[in-house]
Design a protein around this ligand. Sequence first.
Ligand code: ADP
Length: 506
Amino acid sequence: MSTQVTKSDQSRASTQPVAGSAREAAVLEAVPTQLLIGGQWRDAEGGATLEVIDPSTGGVLCEVADATPADGMAALDAAVAAQPGFAAMSPRERADILTRAFELLHERIDDLALLMTLEMGKPVAEAKGEIAYAAEFFRHFAGEATRISGGYQTAPAGGARFLIARQPVGPCLLITPWNFPMAMGTRKLGPAIAAGCTSVIKPAHQTPLSMLALGQILLEAGLPEGVVNIVTCQGAGKVMEPLIRSGKARKLSFTGSTKVGKILLEQCAEKVLRTSMELGGNAPLIVFEDADVEEAVAGALAAKMRNMGEACTAANRIYVHESIAEEFGRRLGEEMSSMPMGRGTEPGVRVGPLIDEAAQDKVTELVTDAVDRGATVLTGGSAPEGEGFFYPPTVLSGVSPEARMGSEEIFGPVAAITSFSTEDEVVAAANDTPFGLVAYVFTNDLRRSLRVAEALETGMVGLNQGVVSNPAAPFGGVKESGLGREGGDTGIDEFLETKYIGIALA
Ligand code: ADP
């Protein structure tokens, strides 16, 4: 039976830029719009450009260089040329550059946050949070740069000695998504720079400005020419595939969809490139009957609404014990419906637009599908009229496991609630997905929390908390959610090779 989705009554703040527009123009004026190759800002071959869109209006913010494959190769050649010199730079000097970049990110946090809001849509307060989070990767890896350790060991039979050295992997290709335009960059560049690797980094075409601003900061922080090269382009596959297949780079680190990750893994196989893959998620959030409901609602709100749900860590399937499902849904609905939606530059706005029209259409489709399969709309449920790619905070209860949003990433502010009755049943449901990035569990029973955390097939678990991202913790997934870990005390290992030197003593 098909049920009509109710029209949202979400209040929408004005989408007209008012007081901030002069400042917005100044911030856009200050950001470089060319490619960064070998320490020089330069136009794309032939002068081609791509448009950067403001998702709150659909209007064009500015244009940046649209690199050709030849530009991409020039960037990789610059990274290759800079590699030996950078590998020879002292760890302390590399650490100092990262520390200076950390400081500059904080000094310019207001302008950088506004820039990010303009190109990506998230509210300025969240954008500021992301810049601070992004800067932490530089602070964390500044410390790691000076702590790269090796080993010295006696061979089991005696006589020979083993010297174990760590060396930079070599030139890297780094590909980042649009949802965290700054933090996904520093999460890769921090360990690459700390380890002594040069790189070509390609931001998503929707959000090139934050990365270009970061490039400017890295140069000001003293990073030598050619160590980080930035390639902005519309045709990611066309530009990146020849670089991967050239074999000149030794590693690819990618954050994005599982679909593209699989294509890249195949391309990397040809020259046996090292890979780090942060791919899609389908995070379950489980609320047991013994949980503190208020805490669980707050956790679900964080896990769902951070970045308007446009995060691979977003709670995609919310399982609530049948004894508290109604209360939980009502309270989450109250919280979500009170979040003001509008242009992220407006004071008080907590929900910005989605990244583009395709994202808005996908969320609309998934909600319609869930409702067609019997879900009830507790709040939200339809895109508002007018400019921009908005979708209101939406809570659905009684979502069928057969609904598309049970197996596809929603990537929007839609909380999909399903009730359950037993621990075994919910753990089986949570694991019934090819993805395994993160899971969230709310319970006050210590034994249950550890039992369930161990049984969940994910790389990360949030216990009584709705956010797991932390530069000092190892971020990453299992199954089709990825390979490798970023951040934490092992994040730098992704950019280091181990070399064993056997030594004869006699
Ligand atoms: P999303 O669907 O969230 O945009 P994608 O996986 O498509 O995720 O994009 C993540 C990043 O990967 C972006 O920088 C995008 O430009 C890039 N990308 C997309 N397709 C390819 C490809 N075939 N080769 C290399 N990079 C790609």
